[in-house]
Write a protein that binds this ligand. Structure first.
Ligand SMILES: [Zn+2]
Ligand SMILES: [Zn+2]
Length: 390
C-alpha cells in the first residue's frame, strides 16, 4: 500500500501546492468564504464531481459515485481563516488585509480538493460514493458543521474522516485519539437583581455583591458535586462585576464563566445544577437572577473502529504515530460524529527551521508544505482501507 499511495500522492504534489498557496493568499473569515467556495465549486465541476444541492451558506459538498458498489465515505475540510494580520513574509502571504489562514484550514481544503482530483482521475479506485465536505466557519460559533448536518449530508454516510494540521507537531508524525478528542464548550452568564441604596441603610437595600461572591464559591464546587473524579472537566467563574463606589449599594451584579467537559450529558447536568444553585443562592438573600447558558460545540468523540483504521494506515505508511490526550478546545467536527462513526486526527506540519515554528492563531503561524503530502497520503490510505482495497 505504501508505495502505491506515495506514488499516487506524489503525482499530485504540484497541484496540491498550487491549491494551497492560492487559498493561503486569499483567506476569508468564517461564514464569508465566498471566493473560496467559488474556487472549490469551479474545480470540482471541472473534475466532473457533482455538487450536492440544498447546502446553505458558503459550504460546498462534492459527491463522486463509483461504478463498483461500496460504502459512502465522507471527508471533511474546514475552510475559514481568522481576523489576524499575517507577518510570515511568505511568498504566498495573505493579500487580504487583516485576514490570515492562521489555523491551517487552507491546508485542509487543499488536501481535500487534491483527494477529489486524484479520485476523479482514478475512478477505478472509487467503490461506492465519496462525499467531499468543504465546510465554512469552524472558528466561529455556531459553526458550519451543525448546519451541514441539519441539511442531511450525513444521512447516507457510513463513516467520516478529517485531519487537523499541527504546526507544533513534527513532520512525519500523525497523532490519533480513540474516544473524546475535543471538549464540549459551554458558557453561562448570570445577572443578579438586588435593590440599590445608601450603605447607611443596608436593611432597606438588597446588596447583590456578596450574593455574587457566595454564588461564585458554590459554582466552584459544582464539579466536585456532579462529576465523577475520573471525569476531565473545567467549571470556572471567569468574571464578577458589581458596584461602583464605597457608599452605594449596587442594584445589580453579574458573573459568568465556562464549562468544558468531554461528556455532553455531564455538560447538560452541570447547566441544570448551575441554574438551581444560582436561583437558590439568590432566594436565600431575597434577590432574583437571570441565568443564561450557551452551548457551543459538543464534545467530539472519535469512534474506536474508525480510529483503529487510521492507526493501521499510519503504521502501513510508515509514519510515527502518537496517541494524543483529549484537548479542552472545541471543534465542530463533533456534529458529524454525533450522527455517524468517524475519526479526526492530527498531522504534524512543524516548519523545518525551529525559529519558524509558531502556534496556531499566531500572526507568524505557518505549516510545512511537505506535511500536506503526508495528509494526502493519509486520506488516500484511509479511503483505500475503508473500501477494502488494501
Ligand atoms: Zn483554529
Ligand atoms: Zn483549526
Amino acid at each position: 500500500m505504501k508505495t502505491f499511495v506515495q506514488n499516487l500522492a506524489a503525482a499530485y504534489e504540484a497541484i496540491q501546492i498550487e491549491y494551497f498557496q492560492h487559498l493561503h493568499a486569499h483567506p476569508e473569515l468564517s461564514f464569508a468564504e465566498y471566493e473560496t467556495s467559488a474556487y472549490i465549486k469551479e474545480r470540482l465541476t471541472a473534475m466532473e464531481i457533482g455538487l450536492l444541492d440544498g447546502i446553505s451558506g458558503t459550504s460546498v459538498v462534492g459527491i463522486l459515485h463509483g461504478d463498483i458498489p461500496g460504502p459512502t465515505i465522507a471527508f471533511r475540510a474546514d475552510m475559514d481563516a481568522l481576523p489576524i494580520q499575517e507577518v510570515t513574509g511568505l511568498a504566498w502571504q495573505s493579500v487580504n488585509d487583516g485576514v490570515m489562514h492562521a489555523c491551517g484550514h487552507d491546508g485542509h481544503t487543499a488536501t481535500l480538493l487534491t483527494l477529489a482530483k486524484v479520485l476523479s482521475e482514478h475512478r477505478e479506485l472509487v467503490k461506492g460514493s465519496v462525499k467531499f465536505i468543504f465546510q465554512s466557519a469552524e472558528e466561529k460559533l455556531p459553526g458550519g458543521g451543525k448546519t451541514i448536518c441539519e441539511e442531511g449530508v450525513m444521512q447516507d454516510v457510513d463513516a467520516i474522516y478529517a485531519y487537523h494540521c499541527s504546526s507544533m507537531v513534527p513532520l512525519g508524525v500523525i497523532a490519533t485519539t480513540a474516544g473524546a478528542t475535543s471538549a464540549s464548550v459551554a458558557k453561562y452568564d448570570v445577572v443578579i437583581h438586588g435593590k440599590g441604596g445608601h450603605i447607611c441603610n443596608p436593611d432597606q437595600a438588597l446588596n447583590p455583591v456578596p450574593v455574587a461572591c457566595t454564588m461564585a464559591t458554590t459554582i466552584n464546587q459544582l464539579l466536585a458535586e456532579k462529576a465523577s473524579p475520573l471525569e476531565k472537566a473545567v467549571v470556572t467563574v471567569s468574571y464578577i462585576h458589581g458596584g461602583q463606589r464605597e457608599n452605594i449599594i449596587a442594584s445589580e451584579a453579574t458573573l459568568g464563566g465556562s464549562i468544558r467537559t468531554f461528556n455532553n450529558e455531564l455538560t447538560a447536568q452541570l447547566f441544570a445544577r448551575l441554574r438551581d444553585v444560582c436561583r437558590g443562592v439568590c432566594a436565600a438573600y431575597g434577590c432574583t437572577c437571570d441565568v443564561s447558558t450557551t452551548l457551543g460545540y459538543p464534545a467530539a468523540i472519535n469512534t474506536a473502529a474508525e480510529t483503529a483504521l487510521i492507526n493501521q494506515v499510519v503504521d502501513e505508511l510508515g509514519y510515527e504515530r502518537w496517541t494524543t490526550e483529549p484537548a479542552m478546545n472545541g471543534e465542530d467536527f463533533s456534529y458529524y460524529l454525533l450522527e455517524k462513526p468517524g475519526s479526526m486526527c492530527y498531522v504534524g506540519m512543524a516548519a523545518d527551521e525551529p525559529d519558524k515554528i509558531a502556534p496556531h492563531h499566531n500572526c507568524k503561524f505557518q505549516l510545512n508544505p511537505k506535511g500536506l503530502q503526508v495528509a494526502l497520503e493519509l486520506e488516500l490510505g484511509i479511503y483505500l482501507k475503508a473500501t477494502g482495497q488494501c
